[in-house]
Design a protein around this ligand. Structure first.
Ligand code: MN
Length: 318
């Protein structure tokens, strides 16, 4: 089995909402109950799932909406520090197996920059994971520039994770899950990433890396169309390159929650082999299924190793 590093692996601590309703016997309740039990556990159960899937290292992040769900700025700043300190203590029990992505209080981008720097320099974290917009503010907002400036200085990746939009688009109403993981989150999160591209953020900070899960939230499939319609969109957005150039250069993609060889092939071919990284989305997805998928996908040995661990080692400096 190829050794693996996984980057979209979630945990929970007290003080944050868990999976919601877990009573009942239907598949949704069973799924939520199992995830709810596993989220707070950073020990034998998680290590066993990792061992069986050949995952050497899991980079842990606070389950959504996490800090982004906090309405009060002072509370968000305080809770982010507590969560990051707690995660660092839990990682220290199994230092060879776990790493951390920081939770950052984007309610105050300056405080988020400071907390990211503390988490990276003092706690040894590898970057941050942000659960989409923060109370309706997206990361292309000019108020977020001091945060991005620090990210560029620290030279760490930012994982942009799905979250529910402020209001559910009418097209996604009326069908359970449609606004969420079935499709809505891909539109919301892929759209958020495109806001970063169109804002010129990557012209300003050319070295940034933003990581998207779920095989790039469909963006790799869409590069030609994005460029084609960008060229004729009005009023003209001023960028030095076409959007696809930034997507290939500044966005990395994980396999979290998308265990299917056809989009994997498309993603590698569209983005470049060095931009695609293995992940599970534990405990919302099954680690065995994720491992079986990447072990049996029609890749060369070199491609499989790049996706499973080499790209992560380089990006996270492991
Ligand atoms: Mn996830």
């Amino acid at each position: 089995m190829t050794r693996k590093i996984a980057l979209e692996e979630h945990f929970l601590v007290e003080g944050f909402a868990n999976m919601g309703r877990t009573e009942g016997s239907g598949p949704a309740a069973v799924f939520r109950r199992q995830a709810a039990e596993r989220l707070p556990e950073i020990d034998a159960l998680r290590l066993d799932a990792m061992d069986k899937a050949g995952i050497d290292i899991a980079v842990l992040s606070l389950f959504q909406p996490g800090i982004q769900g906090e309405r009060d700025t002072a509370t968000a700043i305080r809770k982010a520090k507590t969560v990051n300190d707690t995660l660092a203590q839990r990682i220290a029990r199994h230092p060879a197996r776990f790493r951390g992505f920081a939770a950052v209080p984007m309610q105050d981008p300056q405080a988020a920059a400071d907390e990211l720097e503390r988490a990276v320099k003092e706690l040894g974290f590898k970057g941050a994971l942000i659960n989409g917009h923060t109370q309706g503010v997206y990361l292309d907002d000019p108020r977020c520039l001091p945060f991005w400036e620090r990210v560029a200085a620290l030279d760490v990746p930012i994982y942009l994770h799905p979250a529910n939009p402020m209001t559910i688009p009418a097209a996604f109403e009326g069908y359970p899950g449609l606004a969420g993981a079935i499709f809505g989150w891909a539109a919301e999160t892929g759209g958020h990433a495109l806001r970063l591209v169109l804002s010129g953020l990557f012209d300003r900070f050319p070295s940034l890396t933003v990581i998207l899960g779920h095989m790039g939230e469909a963006l790799p499939f869409y590069l030609w169309r994005i460029d084609s319609r960008f060229k004729i969109s009005e009023p003209k957005v001023s960028l030095r390159q076409l959007p696809s150039a930034y997507i290939r250069r500044n966005i990395a993609v994980t396999t979290a929650g998308t265990f299917s060889p056809e989009p994997l092939r498309c993603t590698i071919d569209a983005m470049g082999l060095d931009r695609v990284l293995f992940s599970v989305d534990y405990p919302l997805e099954d680690s065995d299924e994720a491992a079986r998928f990447i072990e049996t996908s029609p890749l060369s040995d070199g491609e499989r190793e790049a996706v499973c661990f080499r790209n992560a080692e380089r990006l996270l400096r492991l």
